[in-house]
Design a protein around this ligand. Structure first.
Ligand SMILES: Cc1cc2nc3c(=O)[nH]c(=O)nc-3n(C[C@H](O)[C@H](O)[C@H](O)COP(=O)(O)OP(=O)(O)OC[C@H]3O[C@@H](n4cnc5c(N)ncnc54)[C@H](O)[C@@H]3O)c2cc1C
Length: 533
């Protein structure tokens, strides 16, 4: 009936050459065997769990049958299986549990693979991973919580510390009156007299509300501060955290995002009073890395599905994927996906090297904001175009692209919207000139490799020097494209790098995907990306 068979049963990593190459190149070749095994596992049954967990979204249970507070969220078993898989493979903690060169890159590759199956569980995995470095500013709290946050075992039930070895961590910053501007937070933290605080107020978005513990921003006497708030107190009683409502979301439907009321909830301060943003920013930076990884995963799935479908769907007597105009669309999707993957893994390497290399630390600072803005911004364009490659089927739930497309805008919104990340780049340009030097040094590693990139690199210092707020998006876009082009010129096949530079760095390039300069090499680009299934 000319309906391509479902794409399943293949090894997600073996099929993803840019990811496999980046894993080796960026310092985690030692993790290849384990990652290949994970890729093989994910290409099977878990693909169906992802669809199921979205078809059966979580349900809030506020009260038990006698009217006692429960504040629980019930999930479909497939959610637990997927989250369990992530925890068992250390996606929430491995670089902290077993630090070694390449540990963040290895985790990044696994995170990207799981994200190809289902994005929702990436949220609690990411927040738990990201909480650890923020928590480390308070040694006692880190000593108490880090062992639990890094255990490779998933225990879904909420239990006191004495009965549960593991823990997952969430984050509650955003309030109704302002999310980007957290200084407007009104949740109050009142010193309880014994070193702890009582938190009172509302949180408008709090994802993974079934987590064991949260990092929360609240106004203490000396200003906005960061707190660690457990859901169960040491005596086994529930902390005063009420789940009011779950958001009815566009996508990310397998995951729960709640509105919370804190009614004098007991919490411990993390870091110093009044320095809450500085403390939690360490967590935000790590979750921003995961937004880039998560979007690379969504793009990869979009490309896999589109190239597979087009190879097997015949129209006008030939597979649609062999027709010149479709070939152009597919190749352009492949370029965007490969650019996102190499960016994400290079960025992950900066997380590995930052603690021992100051240049990588400042590079990471700027490159995270640049990459978070641009890669996440491109996500929805890619999923929309890939969806159209399946024709009408792309618009139908069973084919998976609709779910992917609903998920895409989220990575651009949370952990700092597009504009907020651009403003963050401007702040770094203004206050941390060393991060600009490190960024330019990275981009210049490809100098001489492509004349269009050379021109873009030559123009950057002037563009950076004349940065202004209203033009920040265009500036960050240019920075991101130069960074991606630099990586592709150095590491990708010449057909990929050439087409990328021609379509992303030239002035007369088309605006839609599928506007690459035509040529015989487009077929080779698509073949590189088409899954081996
Ligand atoms: C599904 C989902 C889950 C979430 N989970 C969590 C969570 O677990 N914990 C949590 O704390 N938060 C969470 N959030 C909240 C999210 O981080 C915020 O929505 C986000 O930070 C934006 O804040 P806001 O919604 O208040 O938008 P606003 O801050 O009101 O921004 C509105 C618009 O104005 C723009 N804008 C704001 N300031 C400027 C400026 N100075 N210049 C130019 N433009 C500007 C923004 O880019 C945006 O486009 C979640 C959100 C979603 C959608």
């Amino acid at each position: 009936m000319n309906q391509p068979r479902r794409l399943e049963g293949h090894n997600l990593l073996e099929s993803d050459r840019p990811l496999l190459e980046a894993l080796r190149r960026e310092g985690a070749a030692w993790a290849e065997q384990g990652a290949l095994e994970f890729g093989a596992l994910l290409g099977g049954e878990p693909l169906r769990w992802g669809a199921e967990a979205n078809r059966h979204p979580p349900v809030l249970v506020t009260l038990d049958r006698s009217g006692q507070r429960l504040d629980e969220v019930e999930f479909h078993p497939s959610w637990h299986r997927l989250l369990g898989l992530g925890v068992e493979h250390g996606l929430h903690a491995e670089p902290w549990r077993k630090p070694r060169a390449g540990a963040h890159v290895a985790r990044a590759a696994l995170f990207t693979l799981l994200g190809q199956v289902e994005a929702g569980v990436g949220c609690p995995l990411s927040m738990t991973y990201a909480a650890v470095p923020a928590l480390r500013v308070s040694h006692e709290l880190a000593d108490e919580w880090e062992p639990r946050l890094t255990v490779r075992g998933y225990e879904p039930r909420l239990l006191p510390e004495t009965e549960k070895a593991s823990a997952l961590c969430g984050m509650a910053m955003t309030e109704r009156q302002g999310g980007s501007d957290v200084r407007a937070n009104t949740t109050v933290a009142r010193p309880a007299g014994d070193g702890s605080y009582e938190l009172t107020g509302s949180k408008w978005f709090c994802s993974a509300p079934m987590s064991d513990v949260f990092l929360v921003l609240a106004q203490a006497p000396a200003g906005l501060s960061c707190f660690l708030l457990p859901r169960v107190l040491p005596d086994g009683s529930r902390n005063a955290v009420r789940l009011v409502r779950l958001k009815d979301k566009l996508g990310n439907r397998s995951n729960a995002s709640a509105e919370l009321e804190l009614e004098g909830a007991l919490a411990q301060i993390v870091g110093e009073e009044g320095r809450g943003v500085r403390t939690i920013i360490e967590m935000v930076n790590h979750t921003r890395l995961d937004c880039v990884l998560g979007t690379a995963a969504l793009m990869r799935t979009a490309v896999s599905e589109a190239t597979h479908y087009a190879a097997h769907r015949v129209a006008f007597g030939r597979p649609v994927g062999e027709q010149p105009l479709m070939l152009n669309v597919l190749a352009d999707l492949c370029l965007e996906s490969e650019a996102a993957t190499v960016t994400a893994l290079r960025l992950a390497r900066a997380y590995d090297e930052a603690p021992v290399d100051p240049a990588q630390a400042v590079f990471r600072r700027l490159a995270t904001a640049v990459s978070k803005y641009w890669v996440c911004k491109r996500g929805s364009a890619v999923t929309a175009e890939a969806l159209e490659c399946l024709g009408g089927n792309g618009y139908v739930e069973d084919f998976g692209l609709a779910r992917l497309h609903r998920e895409s805008p989220l990575n651009s919104i949370w952990e700092g919207t597009g504009n907020v990340n651009c403003l963050d780049v401007l702040r770094a340009l203004d206050r941390e000139p060393e991060s600009v030097e490190a960024f330019l040094a990275e981009v210049e590693l490809a100098a001489g490799g492509d004349p269009r990139l050379d021109r873009a690199i030559a123009a950057l210092p002037e563009q950076l020097a004349s940065a202004e707020e209203g033009g920040a998006r265009r500036l960050v876009e240019r920075m991101a494209l130069s960074f991606q082009a630099s990586l592709l010129v150095r590491h990708a096949p010449s057909a990929v790098a050439d087409a990328f530079c021609a379509s992303r760095l030239e002035r007369d390039a088309g605006l839609a995907l599928g506007t690459l300069p035509p040529g015989p090499e487009l077929a080779a680009i698509v073949e590189r990306h088409r899954p081996l299934a």
